[in-house]
Design a protein around this ligand. Structure first.
Ligand code: ACO
Length: 330
């Protein structure tokens, strides 16, 4: 049976840097509060109307394809994870296919928010193991900035989120350096604890009567999400380790979805991991949802923090609630 490996990585973030200090000019917040509660110092917010979620994904995908040494015509399937698609429909995968000029391969959109990249990676892994495809582009891209409530009313959500895109080329291999396992979960009873409710089929756009209706903005029960996140992260990391009879000391690098530095630090402490076993970059980019893991993975890889044979654990938790992990032997 073929196995799958990450053959190429790339990321793209918009140029426009928004510091915590910049945010104090538009809402009642402070650099100290944001750094202490989230670890974030700055994030990227697009200020160019031409940039879209699919275009940022395209830029990241081009870099990943180039890094893989493959040609765009070698890609035989596209998986695009985002909660902020260009359009209500169609999905962003087909737009990426158009932008890249890739032949008429299948394009699938994944709607699993912060867990979107892990879900996408898992789908790619299964397709490759089944022999159906050989080289799959897995992309996570988000533009949050246009949909945030940037008044003081929305400060507990809007300071956290940033824009960006990351991509991986997942390819068939017969080497032992491969994705060892992936693990996916959800708990829909908490769907509304972290959500954008409108517009949707439960509330079509023509029913909008007041544009100050908060339900058009992301709602997050932050404390509740935090408490669930730390439990689920730990469970799903151990699920991945146990599957391959590995222990926490076998982890060379853990990359969690960059939701909040305090969450990552809490997991690090619970798993008794050293600083060199954990990679974080939320300080620079904020929470970029489906893009956060591929951006962090690319940065870690480009900084030579991952070498052949390393055990790399990816783990995510987010809206849905959904969570998941991937265990990779590099
Ligand atoms: N600036 C200043 N003060 C603020 C801000 C802000 N930006 N936001 C909230 N506050 C205030 C609140 O009003 C509150 O004031 P009060 O005590 O007078 O009522 C106080 O700060 C504490 O607010 P909390 O919400 O209790 O702060 P908390 O420590 O929980 O931090 C946070 C909030 C950062 C959102 C945290 O709960 C968190 O990170 N949660 C998890 C996020 C996450 O993992 N999301 C999942 C992934 S995202 C996805 O899936 C799309």
């Amino acid at each position: 049976m073929p196995k799958s490996t990450i053959k190429g990585l790339g990321f793209y973030v918009p140029e426009n840097i928004v510091t915590n200090h910049d945010l104090t000019k538009i809402m009642d917040t402070s650099d100290e509060w944001i750094k202490e509660r989230t670890g974030i110092k700055e994030r990227r917010w697009v200020n160019d109307d031409k940039l879209s979620t699919s275009l940022m994904g395209t830029y990241a995908a081009k870099k990943a394809i180039s890094d893989s040494g493959l040609d765009k015509n070698d890609i035989d399937f596209i998986i695009f994870s985002t909660l902020s698609p260009d359009y209500y429909f169609p999905g962003s995968g087909v737009l990426l296919q158009k932008n890249l000029g890739i032949k008429e391969v299948g394009a699938l959109d994944v709607r699993n928010q912060c867990s979107g990249f892990i879900y996408g990676l898992s789908i790619a892994d299964q397709y490759i193991k089944s022999g159906m495809y050989k080289n799959i582009l897995v992309v996570g891209s988000e533009i949050h900035s246009g949909g945030l409530d940037k008044s003081s009313r929305g400060r507990s959500v809007s300071v956290i989120f940033g824009d960006g895109a990351g991509a991986a080329v997942v390819s068939a291999t017969d080497s032992d350096s491969c994705i060892l396992s992936t693990h996916l979960h959800s708990e829909g009873k908490f769907a509304e604890e972290l959500a954008v409710i409108k517009p949707a089929t439960t509330f079509w756009i023509d029913k909008i009567v007041k544009n100050d209706d908060e339900s058009y903005f992301p709602y997050m029960n932050g404390n509740f999400v935090f408490k669930n996140a730390v439990v689920r992260f730990e469970q799903v990391i151990f699920e991945a380790l146990n599957y391959s009879n590995l222990k926490t000391e076998d982890i060379n690098l853990l990359i969690t979805h960059q939701a909040n530095l305090r969450i990552s630090q809490y997991i690090q402490k619970r798993l008794k991991l050293t600083d060199s076993q954990v990679f974080n970059n939320i300080m620079k980019y904020g929470n970029t949802t489906a893009a956060s893991i591929p951006i962090a993975l690319t940065e870690a890889y480009q900084s030579n923090l991952i070498k052949k044979g390393d055990i790399v654990v990816l783990a995510a938790f987010g809206s849905g609630f959904t969570w998941g992990s991937a265990l990779i032997k590099w």
